[in-house]
Design a protein around this ligand. Structure first.
Ligand code: SF4
Length: 561
C-alpha cells in the first residue's frame, strides 16, 4: 500500500479494500508458488479477513528471519466439539508450533505456521465445520457468549442468539471457499465475482473491526462493556428470557501519545425483545460502517462515534434504521468476572471441569503437559469444550462416575485439578505479544508468569497471602487482554518497560486509571511494595485491591490521563 498524503482522503486500507471487494488478492497464486516464501503487503491485508496474519519470528534476527503465519478460528460462544478440538490439536502438532492459544474472544489460534502448511491448516479447520473467515479484519469478529455450560433454557437461548448474530454478520466473499477449500484462485472474470459487493458490508467492509458479546448477569465473564455492541440478558425470577439491554460503544485499544484514542466502557442504550437481538446487532454494525471514520484507522471504532455524538443520537439513528423504538433499559447488576475452576455440577446433573490455562497457551512443558492431557481426556471422554474469554477451558457434560478417572489422567500429566495455582495467578491474563505479534512493544505472555511469581512473594511479604487481584498484561496499548479493566494493568511501552494502571473492579464494570507511565519490569515489585503494604493496612474488611485504589488512591492522585 502506498501512503496517502492528504489525511482527509480515505486511508490506504480503504483504497485497498475498494480495489478488491472479494478480498481474493493474489493469495491463491502465492500459495501455489513454492519459490515464494511470503505474501505481498496487500495480500497480507486481505489475509486478515480470512483469519490469517503474516508475521515474523521476532526472536530471529538477520538473514535467518523467517515469515510465519498466525491462523485464528472464529468460534461463536467458544463452543467446540471433541472432534473439532482433536482436529485442531492435530493441526497444531503437525503444522504449527505444537501449541494452541485460547484467545480472549473465546477462540483458538495457531502460531508458527509456515506458508507450505497454511492451506492444510485452514482447510483442516473447515473440514471439521469450524472456520477462520472473518476471525480478523474489518468485519464483525468472534461473537462472545457466557462460557459456563448452557444447561438451562436461558443460557441455551442466549447462545442461540449469539450464533445467529455470528451467522448474519459473516462476510460473504466467494474467495474464501475458492482459495482454501477448492484450492484454486477465484475466477475474477466471472460476472458474479467481477461485480461482487458484500450485501452487508458493501465494497469497503467496515472502517475497522466490530465486536459483539452476550452476557447473563450477575456474571460478567465476557467483559461485556469492552464490546462495540453488547446484549445483557434480562430474565424474570423463573429464569425466562424477557429480552436484552443493549449497550454500545465499548473498546480497549488506544495509541501511546495520542490523546484522541482511549479505552471506553460501552453506554447503556435501551431494552429490546429477545427476538430482535440479531436485527439490532446488524443495525448497530451499520452505524459503525456508516459513521466511524475512514481516514484514520486509529480512530475508526464505534466507541468514538458514541463519544462524539452521544447516546441520544445513537439510539435515535438506530431506531430509525430498525423501524421500531427500544424500551427503557431494565435494571441489572454484574457481580464478578472470571471462570470457575475445578469440578462443578451442571444444572442437568452432569459435571463440568474448569481448567486454568496460564496465558491461554495449551502446551506441554516440564511437569505440566496440558496439551497431551487434554488430548487424552478429550479422546477418551468426549466432553464439549468451552473456551473462555479469560483464556481458560471448561470441559462440559462429563459423567460424574468418571470424575476420579479424569482427575487421575490429568494428574499423570502434572495437571492438578484442585488448587490449579494461586488466586493471583488464576485471575491473571496476558496477550501474546513477542515473539509473534508485530505490534508488541514489550513482552507479555512470556513475562507475566514470572512476574506473578514475584508478586505472589510480595503478597506473602505484605501479609496479603493468597489474595485475588485481577492482573492483566499486554505488550502494547491495543489491549487485547483488556488490561484497562484490571485491578492492576500492565501495558507495554518499550522493551522491558510498562505503563501501570490501577483500580479496575471484580465485576469488570470500571475502567482503571494510569498510575505510573513507565516502570521497568525489574522495578515493578519495588514500586508495588508500598502500595500493597498500604492496602493491607487500610483495606476495609473484604475490600478488594481495585476498590481500595478507587476509594483511597484516586482521591489522593487525580487521573493521570
Ligand atoms: Fe499484540 Fe498488542 Fe494485542 Fe498484545 S495487545 S497481542 S502486543 S496487538
Amino acid at each position: 500500500m502506498t501512503p496517502t498524503p492528504d489525511t482527509n482522503q480515505p486511508s490506504p486500507a480503504e483504497l485497498l479494500k475498494a480495489s478488491s471487494p472479494t478480498l481474493a488478492g493474489t493469495i491463491a497464486q502465492t500459495l501455489a508458488d513454492p519459490q515464494v516464501d511470503r505474501f505481498s503487503d496487500d495480500d497480507n491485508q486481505f489475509l486478515k479477513f480470512h483469519g490469517v496474519y503474516q508475521q515474523r519470528d521476532r526472536d530471529v534476527r538477520g538473514a535467518d528471519k523467517k515469515f510465519i503465519l498466525m491462523v485464528r478460528c472464529r468460534i461463536p460462544g467458544g463452543v467446540v466439539t471433541a472432534a473439532q478440538y482433536l482436529a485442531c490439536d492435530d493441526l497444531a502438532t503437525r503444522y504449527a508450533n505444537n501449541t494452541l492459544r485460547v484467545t480472549s474472544r473465546q477462540s483458538l489460534q495457531f502460531h508458527g505456521v509456515v506458508k507450505s502448511g497454511l492451506r492444510t491448516v485452514v482447510k483442516g479447520i473447515n473440514d471439521v465445520l469450524l472456520t477462520t473467515l472473518a476471525a480478523c479484519g474489518d468485519n464483525s469478529r468472534n461473537v462472545m457468549a457466557p462460557p459456563s455450560p448452557a444447561t438451562n433454557g436461558l443460557a441455551r437461548l442466549v447462545h442461540q442468539h449469539a450464533r445467529q448474530a455470528a451467522a448474519v454478520m459473516s462476510t460473504r466473499t466467494p474467495a474464501y471457499h475458492s482459495i482454501w477449500i477448492e484450492g484454486v484462485p477465484l475466477n475474477l472474470d466471472a460476472p458474479e465475482n467481477k461485480n461482487f459487493v458484500d450485501p452487508l458490508y458493501g465494497k469497503t467492509y467496515l472502517p475497522r473491526k466490530f465486536k459483539i458479546a452476550f452476557a447473563i448477569p450477575p456474571l460478567n465473564d465476557v467483559d461485556i462493556f469492552t464490546n462495540c455492541c453488547g446484549f445483557i440478558a434480562i430474565a424474570d425470577a423463573g429464569g425466562q428470557l424477557l429480552g436484552y439491554n443493549l449497550i454500545a460503544g465499548g473498546g480497549m485499544g488506544r495509541t501511546h501519545g495520542n490523546a484522541a484514542t482511549f479505552p471506553r466502557m460501552a453506554d447503556v442504550i435501551g431494552f429490546l425483545p429477545a427476538d430482535k437481538a440479531v436485527d439490532v446487532a446488524k443495525a448497530a454494525l451499520t452505524l459503525h460502517r456508516d459513521f466511524s471514520g475512514r481516514t484514520d484507522r486509529k480512530h475508526a471504532r464505534l466507541k468514538y462515534v458514541l463519544a462524539d455524538r452521544g447516546v441520544a443520537w445513537f439510539r435515535g439513528e438506530l431506531e430509525r434504521r430498525l423501524g421500531f423504538k427500544l424500551g427503557e433499559a431494565r435494571p441489572f447488576k454484574f457481580e464478578k468476572q472470571g471462570d470457575a475452576f475445578g469440578w462443578h455440577r451442571q444444572a442437568d446433573g452432569k459435571l463440568f471441569l474448569g481448567l486454568f490455562v496460564e496465558t491461554g497457551r495449551i502446551k506441554d512443558k516440564d511437569g505440566w503437559r496440558m496439551k497431551s492431557a487434554l488430548r487424552r481426556v478429550v479422546e477418551k471422554f468426549q466432553p464439549e469444550i468451552r473456551l473462555t474469554p479469560a483464556n481458560n477451558i471448561l470441559l462440559a457434560n462429563m459423567d460424574p462416575a468418571r470424575q476420579d478417572e479424569i482427575t487421575a489422567l490429568f494428574a499423570e500429566h502434572g495437571v492438578r485439578i484442585e488448587n490449579q495455582g494461586s488466586h493471583l495467578r488464576r485471575a491473571s491474563m496476558a496477550c501474546v505479544s513477542l515473539p509473534t505479534c508485530g505490534l508488541g512493544l514489550a513482552e507479555s505472555e512470556r513475562c507475566l508468569p514470572g512476574l506473578i511469581t514475584r508478586l505472589e512473594a510480595l503478597l506473602a511479604e505484605t501479609g496479603l497471602g493468597d489474595q485475588e487481584i485481577a492482573i492483566r498484561m499486554t505488550g502494547c496499548p491495543n489491549g487485547c487482554a483488556r488490561p484497562y479493566l484490571a485491578e492492576i494493568g500492565f501495558v507495554g511501552k518499550a522493551p522491558g518497560k510498562y505503563q501501570v494502571y490501577l483500580g479496575g473492579n471484580e465485576a469488570s464494570t470500571r475502567l482503571n486509571r494510569l498510575w505510573k507511565d513507565t516502570v521497568k519490569d525489574a522495578d515493578i515489585v519495588a514500586e508495588m511494595r508500598p502500595v500493597l503494604a498500604r492496602y493491607a493496612k487500610e483495606r476495609q474488611s473484604a475490600e478488594r485491591f481495585g476498590d481500595w485504589v478507587a476509594r483511597v488512591l484516586w482521591n489522593e492522585q487525580p487521573a493521570a490521563i
